[in-house]
Design a protein. Sequence first.
Length: 114
Amino acid sequence: MSLLKRRQALRFTLAAFAVPAMVAAAMADGHVATHTVTIKGFKFEPANLTINAGDKVVFVNADAAPHTATANNKSFGTGRLKKGQQAALVFKSAGKFAYFCEVHPKMKASITVK
């Protein structure tokens, strides 16, 4: 095999291993997704959300009335949000987290963290 063909083969081999390695590194670098829960019509939308550990959830109040998103076990809460206000929470551990609005307790939803 000529020197030129060996170099081409070497470049091809390196490229074949480099692409999967770059993809794996990008996935491992902690890419965090942001999800939005809209509070409107006295409901959380979506009512059931599934996310990955480390993802951020932004709660946006689109109602005229104030609302909260408060864990049933009080492990998290947005505080009272007025119309147009928002709060962001990061979910670091796996589990299913049921939550409700403290102002309107019949408003309920859940977040499942993988």
